[in-house]
Design a protein around this ligand. Structure first.
Ligand code: PLP
Length: 361
């Protein structure tokens, strides 16, 4: 048998391409097969039943685990992964969360609050406020940058303090991807992804993932999250995971291009007369703009774009524009006139001309 290159010796771009391939036996396929089966003939040598595992999950998990530096588990959606992680909090426990976390994370935490848990909302970019809120907490949720306000957190300081106080630390790394930020290396216990976004990258699947550290309580967390996935049936379909793995192969190229486009657009938008403010964290492919004239003006801009698509979600190859406050669940501290831009991989001049024309009405 010809042996594959060890992934540990490879840079992320090579891991993205090489991970999760079938063993190099003569005649082997280059891509993992998709097993469309719910059950397996006895005596079972593998997972035995479709809720327990699938060869293509393992392939995807190998790739994502290597990129984040931990053990990955794929879930049926980002929300399924988030739900699994929040279920780690003991009954009646205390959760610290960014005021501007992904809105449904905080909606789910409202349910926890109603069930007797304590939920503390913080400005995640105010490190002193976050550290003060850790007292007596069970879990600290982080996003950096936040969605859609694009605030940046001092993750290392937060994770270090959380470790010292025995607080479980979690990072939703969806917006940054493991190419731009590796929270486990910064000290987090668990990473969460909406795989739907950059990792899959083509707006054709809904999937999620967790990644746990290999150190400390990581293996125990992995076992608990695996059990949650099985017992709650929060599993992914094999075809979706195969598509996500195919998308993952080009993550480095997509992120590089989208981030370069975002940086250039943020530069050109900075002194645009139609804008009150541009939010750009200096990295990644998300930009937020605040349009003069309030919600109606912002809605008009989104509707007038022809290349940018007015649609929810982010992280796909195509550029999306959306006014977030049109959703009742969005935090009321997000400005009404804020448009979230998920910058794609199109030609930057085409993106600029379309947006500039819509902004000028
Ligand atoms: N986390 C972030 C940062 C998101 O933007 C989203 C979705 O928009 C989610 C989690 C939820 O993921 P999913 O839509 O895959 O359930």
């Amino acid at each position: 048998m010809r042996v594959s290159h060890p992934l540990d010796d490879l840079s992320p771009a090579s891991v993205l391409v090489a991970a999760g391939r079938p063993a190099r036996v003569p005649g082997a396929s280059v891509n993992p097969p998709v097993d469309f089966t719910s059950t397996y003939a006895a005596p079972s040598t593998g997972v035995g039943y479709g809720r327990n595992g699938n060869a293509v999950w393992t392939a995807f998990e190998e790739a994502l685990g290597h990129l984040e530096g931990g053990d990955a588990l794929v879930f049926g959606s980002g929300m399924a992964a988030i739900s699994a992680v929040l279920a780690l909090v003991p009954p009646g426990g205390v959760v610290v969360t960014p005021r501007h976390a992904y809105n449904l994370t905080n909606v789910l935490l409202e349910d926890y609050a109603k069930a007797g848990y304590e939920v503390r909302h913080v400005d995640i970019s105010d490190t002193a406020e976050v550290l003060a809120a850790l007292e007596g907490a069970d879990l600290v949720w982080t996003e950096s940058p936040t969605n859609p306000m694009l605030e940046v957190a001092d993750l290392r300081a937060i994770f270090t303090a959380a470790r010292e106080q025995g607080v479980l630390s979690v990072c939703d790394n969806t917006l940054s991807t493991p190419l731009l930020q590796q929270p486990l290396e910064l000290g987090a216990d668990v990473v969460v992804h909406s795989v739907t976004k950059y990792l899959a990258g083509h707006s054709d699947v809904v999937l999620g993932a967790t990644v746990t550290a290999t150190r400390g309580q990581g293996p125990e967390l992995l076992a608990r999250l695996t059990r949650h996935r099985t017992m709650h049936g929060a599993i992914a379909g094999p075809m979706e995971v195969w598509l996500a793995l195919r998308g993952l192969r080009t993550l480095h190229l997509r992120v590089e291009r989208a981030a370069a486009n975002a940086a250039e657009l943020a530069r050109r938008l900075a002194d645009h007369p139609a804008l009150e403010r541009v939010r750009y964290p200096g990295t990644g492919a998300m930009v937020a703009i605040e349009v003069r004239g309030g919600a109606d003006a912002a809605d008009r801009v989104a509707a007038d774009c022809r290349l940018w698509l007015d649609a929810t979600s982010l992280g796909g190859v195509e550029s999306l524009i959306e006014r977030r406050r049109k959703y009742a669940a969005e935090a009321t501290t997000v400005p009404e006139n804020l448009l979230r831009l998920s910058v794609g991989i199109e030609d930057v001049d085409d993106l600029w001309r379309d947006l500039d024309r819509a902004l000028r009405g």
